[in-house]
Design a protein around this ligand. Sequence first.
Ligand code: HEM
Length: 405
Amino acid sequence: MTERTTLTEVRPPVRHWPVVDLPGAEFDPVLAELMAEGPVTRIQLPNGEGWAWLVTRYEDVRRVANDPRFGREAVMEKQVTRLAPHFIPDRGAVGFLDPPEHTLLRRSVAPAFTTKGVERVRGRARAMLDELVDELLRGGPPADLTSAVLTPFPIAVICELMGVPAGDRHSMHIWTQLILSSAHGKEVPERAKREMAAYFSDLIGLRENSTGEDVTSLLGAAVGRGEITPEQAVGLAVLLQIGGEAVTANSGQLFYLLLTRPHLAERLRAEPEIRPRAIDELLRYIPHRNAVGLSRIALEDVDVAGVRIRAGEPVYVSYLAANRDPGVFSDPDGIDFSRSPNPHVAFGFGPHYCPGGMLARLEEELLTDALLDRVPKMRLAVPPDQVFFRKGALIRGPEALPVTW
Ligand code: HEM
């Protein structure tokens, strides 16, 4: 056997990826170096144990994310090197299931997240946004766009889609913040998660015979038909509710880019018809997260870009890196509103692709329309380097966005 001498057995050195807080929408320089070092490298992140493979090229990222020989369930058994300090995955959570169980669970809520499904909430979403912008204008400048609009709007929309009554929005937001925070140790986020789960358990329980189109009705009906368990339904509801607030950080980066590059905002004001395409280009460009998200485990030996990944080894894909692959996107570090086609993977790829993609696009479209058209003179109230971004966060975005007009 000459296997040991083949190229596929050459292992690159393990690179420590410290993951520091980066200013604005700057692309992580360590990730840029890793992309240059090879299609497949090895990394060690601040938490967890050992090392993991990292795949950065567009085609390889899509292949790994869509290949059933890389599984998520097996991640539960390991302490894979990772960014997140706490790793308390719930067995059966959507991120850690593999097909066919994963497919059944995702299918139960799919109708709510299609283009048609999210259109159902467009009218209500626009009305809620108009109220927030009315209030912003009534209060006068200066204002913090994040707390005035970019935080309450996605909460209101995800609650609407979930079928959570308006009176409970505030509790949902508090629970979400506590679950996502790393500042309170382990106990506080765990308790918040249990409380949100108990809330959804009651709501879904009441909707077992429902024919409603909101997410908790769809989950209740799927439980009623015996397709998914009540625990799975509750776990998915919690993740969708939390996921809904990802739009706050992402749209925060989007408006930071428009406010610090006024020529982009001017073009969108002058040519409203290009806004949907421009939003996709901004989604491609925005570094949504720090480092990488959930790993996958090789279930057998697999060769990726000439490198042999052994059964049992963890692998990360970087969607951020894939979105800057010069082989797919010309001038990948530039923002080009006429880019077409734009097959970015900001929402992931394969069975775990983000269910909230259509909803996030709809919200960012409504936000862009409302803020560009109704507050045409909006500009940053402070120099760009005085806009402070979340520290030690998994998802990147401005803490506050001080604006004036
Ligand atoms: C998963 C991006 C908004 C809920 C993901 C993934 C990405 C992503 C990259 C991981 C795919 C993978 O594991 O391979 C984004 C971005 C958003 C956004 C950039 C905003 C602009 C949302 C919203 C929701 C949501 C609004 C809720 C409605 C989820 C859930 C998963 C997920 C539940 C796990 C899916 C699974 O493992 O099957 N998202 N997301 N996200 N997202 Fe989002």
